[in-house]
Write a protein that binds this ligand. Sequence first.
Ligand code: PMP
Length: 455
Amino acid sequence: PLRDEPVPAERLAALQAQERERFLTTHPASHALAARCQHHYLFGVPLHWMRDWPNPVTLFVRSAQGAELTCADGHRYADFCLGDTGAMFGHSPPAVAQAIAAQAAQGLTCMLPDARAARVGEALAERFGLPCWQLAMTASDANRFVLRWARAITGRPQVLVFDGCYHGAVDDTLVDRDPATGATVRRRSVLGGVHDHHAYTRVVPFNDLAALEQALADGQVAALLAEPALTNFGLVPPQPGFWAAAQALCRRHGTLLVLDETHTLSSGVGGYARTHRLQPDLWVAGKAVAGGLPCAVYGFTADVAARMRRAKEAAPDGHSGIGTTLTANALALAALEAALAYLHTDDSYTAMNRAADALEHGLLERLHRRGLPWTVTRLGARMELQFMPHTPRNADDVRRHAQPALEANLHLFLLNRGVLLTPFHGMMLCSPATGEAHVARLLDAFDAWLAALGR
Ligand code: PMP
């Protein structure tokens, strides 16, 4: 029998209070650093997101190596957050750390291409399958630049995204879909927004081909910018056949298909598109692409490259609005070269998937044994525990089943037992350095959590 009665709110609140107390008692050094940082940082952290964790004071990191992180109090954690994917190949992968160290003594940034640029371009084309490339510092930057190019070369004003998307700090994409009217609305949490979003961005539900076709039909959409699977609003995989049909619709309506693979690089070597033989017009990756050093890339077809060249040549001289001064600096190129050679490999993914297989199996076995109506959704080395009885189909599905208090409790309970999950959702990512002992630690802590909940 499925045990789908909710955990009583009082029981959850009592457990959360107990776990907060436990965290404070066991983290005096983090507690002291948090107090000092309050004086000079907004919200006591150098980036305010660093407070978006369920622990009562910020966890300060002393060091991170492989699949583990050590906090200021000397506790070691099995890290399944991995910097929200920036460290997907493990913290400080030796090949990348060495390449950065060697380059660091020979120039950090010159606003000229490093001599290894030719080799890196060849490696990008070989690994990700598109012939032409540009770099950016972050995935947010890359997405902003790609949307600018897409509008410039198509002459169309609109972009299309899926409901529940996240593509970084990109105004055009920080929108939601009004469920009543289907209209594009500003995401209410976004600060300082002034754009008239609905004039330039359309939003449709993921996995909905009819809505996609309708949004493309008037020929005003420059680009569909999408993750191959939603990963930032719960993990929502594409339905079988969705992408083949969506790609054909984009082609038919002259809309560029841009795949943002910043997270779905976890699908397999070269990312989801490569693994599933999709043919995007443009392709974006950041975060782990250079092993965790700030760097992002976008690739495109020869046809798109020719159109970009024409657009640039037709524009007056001056600022293009694309690029930043430190982009493609020598350190980034050194890290990218090492990452392409040593991280984006079959060996890495074999190790990542071995750990992910064990974790998925362990979680499912526990859910089945206890009759819990929850789901584990997997995308290569990434998976998510979802408090719902079926794999979600779109963002609304995820919204309907959200249990934020339960999720926050899981995170804090595991953190107190030396396991780090990605905040904001139940995502777990396995690196090549994630071993049996890390997986066992997570599963043991999960057992203890279920017992504490009375499940
Ligand atoms: N694209 C996707 C799919 C992402 O998940 C993110 C970050 N979560 C970004 C872009 C933005 O990355 P960054 O914050 O490194 O710019």
